[in-house]
Design a binder for this molecule. Structure first.
Ligand SMILES: *[C@@H]1O[C@H](CO)[C@@H](O)[C@H](O)[C@H]1NC(C)=O
Ligand SMILES: *[C@@H]1O[C@H](CO)[C@@H](O)[C@H](O)[C@H]1NC(C)=O
Length: 299
């Protein structure tokens, strides 16, 4: 072997060594390694169509959606949103029964966004998770629904996939305005035909608080968002309680959880807008409560 080719081999080894060291230093990006998935970015677009009444969502369009099945009677009590690999955000009331807070969550089940309610246990490929414990907002008032929020800490870590990704918490730069059209997804049937099956979606415009005050006595404008319709039968149902109201940042197409469904009309008969916990107001509580439980919000 000539001295030139030995030098060449040595040179190649050096280049490889430097490149590998850089990879270790930069690890994200190099070799296709990503530290985690981004929040608020589904692999499938919702389509943004104007829709009339409830509408079956496209696969993977709302990947932060989690179906909550009660361990008491096996019914769908509502939905939650993935905000961390171990933490879901939902309303406090879905984790309570008429006889008070639930003590034992062992038989409760959580399913990912591909769950189909019409075939129940026969959902091939749907991920099942369990509740380790819940953190109800300490000042939750079950009479006027003030602070109707809770965190669910899952037993298993949520595995991110096309069907499962986190949604972003809003910050001061992600505010909603009256007239913005946001979306609510859930497994209850917004059209009233009785069988939702797959995840449904509905588009809901943000309304002035005064519109909700015409329909409801317990409106809490400091902490609630009014959204929906006064006519047209687009509404949410009891099974949609806890579902995230998500709004998209038009500049980067990222989805933010602006609200959590707290109360609305009887979806089958009434034309009444709904009330949503205003997540911008609660962002500090959510983040500090997560941190205290050992889960840092990553975005
Ligand atoms: C809960 O709300 C009801 C109705 O507004 C009110 O009468 C009651 O005092 C509240 N409870 C607490 C503990 O603040
Ligand atoms: C995830 O979605 C992307 C984009 O739609 C697609 O190319 C890919 O095949 C999907 N992966 C799986 C495992 O379905």
């Amino acid at each position: 072997m000539s001295s030139t080719s030995i030098f060449f081999l040595y040179y190649c080894k050096m280049v490889l060594y430097v490149a590998l060291s850089l990879c270790v230093l930069l690890s994200a990006g190099c070799l296709g390694v990503t530290p985690g998935v981004p929040c608020g970015v589904p692999v499938t677009s919702s389509g943004h169509k104007r829709i009339v009444g409830g509408h079956v969502a496209m696969n993977n369009a709302w990947p932060w959606m989690i179906y909550i099945q009660s361990g008491v009677d096996g019914s769908n009590v509502g939905s939650a949103a993935v905000i961390h690999p171990s933490v879901l955000l939902t309303s406090a009331q879905v984790l309570q029964t008429t006889s008070g807070p639930v003590k034992d969550f062992r038989d409760w089940k959580l399913y990912d966004s591909s769950y189909d309610d019409s075939v129940h246990a026969n959902n091939r490929g749907v991920q099942l998770y369990h509740i380790d414990h819940v953190i109800i907002h300490p000042q939750y008032n079950d009479t006027n629904l003030l602070n109707d929020l809770a965190l669910i800490v899952t037993t298993e870590e949520i595995s991110f996939s096309n069907a499962t990704r986190p949604v972003c918490l809003p910050d001061a730069t992600h505010r909603y305005a009256t007239g913005d059209v946001c979306y609510l997804a859930g497994w209850d049937d917004q059209s009233g035909s009785g069988n939702a099956g797959r995840l449904q979606q509905v588009d809901l415009p943000i309304l002035q608080d005064s519109v909700c005050m015409k329909h409801w006595t317990d409106v809490l404008p400091e902490t609630e968002i009014c959204a929906g319709y006064e006519s047209g039968h687009k509404d949410f149902c009891t099974g949609d309680i806890g579902s995230p109201l998500v709004c998209q940042d038009k500049s980067n197409s990222v989805w933010y959880i602006q609200g959590v469904a707290s109360s609305g009309g009887d979806c089958k008969t009434a034309d009444e807008p709904g009330l949503f916990e205003d997540i911008l107001v609660y962002r500090n509580w959510i983040q500090s409560t997560m941190a205290a439980a050992g889960y840092t919000y990553q975005y």
